[in-house]
Design a protein around this ligand. Structure first.
Ligand code: ADE
Length: 238
């Protein structure tokens, strides 16, 4: 899977591509992440990439010319791989990212171009011309799309088979619609708090039941909205 990121702040991706699981996935050629500077594509003699909005209003809008040329270049670079190319714009007005969207993006047999906006947004004609999908990572506004883009790529890449242990994916929050149960490791006692006895019992079925009940308890407590989706029974046990 290939990602081409379009941004005005390339340096924000340095740590992301050089750390831990993402770094390893790149080294093993499971993914590639190329980061392009949108400013390099501007034809403006002052290297400007943003202008005030037509019709007035606050802030600046990223102009269609440099962004369009950057997208054309990214498409050209990816075409040789003969896979579908999906273009995503990280935007607070986009579809809200969740586990299912990340899973679907990880399973698509396609390559991605991700636009990171700054200022007050991008010229709408880019979205129309390139059939861009808008994705938000939450109901708040960031100063730019770079962090959101990293959140999106991280959540997708870790779901690609072979990137991380499949067993840990199976048990984690959101895979079955529930949040993850509490976990403990050594030492057995910490500041007077002991590990629940059942986890030391060696009784796999009872441990699995206990963990499921705990998952339901935590989901009810932290995210009651999730309880109403179909995967989780409305009431289980108590
Ligand atoms: N850019 C600015 N805010 C954002 C958000 N909440 N999600 C995605 N991209 C953004």
């Amino acid at each position: 899977m290939r990602f081409i990121v379009l941004t005005l702040f390339k340096e924000m991706f340095d740590a992301f591509v050089n750390t831990s699981i993402i770094k390893r996935a790149i080294e093993r050629n499971v993914v590639s992440i190329d980061v392009l500077d949108i400013r390099e594509f501007t034809k403006d003699k002052h290297k400007r990439v943003d202008f005030p909005p037509y019709g007035g209003g606050s802030g600046m809008i990223m102009s269609a010319q440099p962004l369009g040329d950057a997208i054309d270049y990214a498409i050209f670079s990816l075409e040789k791989y003969k896979k579908k190319i999906k273009i995503i714009y990280m935007s607070p007005r986009g579809k809200l990212l969740n586990y299912n969207i990340s899973k679907k993006l990880s399973q698509n047999d396609c390559n991605y171009i991700i636009i990171c906006g700054h200022y007050e947004g991008i010229d709408e004609r880019i979205i129309d011309e390139y059939n861009v999908e808008e994705i938000s990572i939450g109901d708040y506004v960031l100063t730019g799309g770079e962090l959101a883009c990293q959140v999106l790529m991280d959540s997708v890449i870790r779901l690609i088979p072979g990137v991380i242990n499949q067993e840990s994916l199976f048990e984690e929050s959101h895979t079955n619609g529930l949040l993850e149960y509490p976990q403990y490791t050594k030492p057995y006692e910490f500041k007077g708090r002991k590990v629940p006895d059942i986890l030391l019992s060696g009784h796999h079925k009872m441990i699995a039941d206990y963990r499921r009940q705990e998952s339901i308890r935590i989901t009810r407590q932290h995210r009651p909205d999730l309880i109403n989706n179909e995967i989780i029974p409305k009431k289980e046990g108590n």
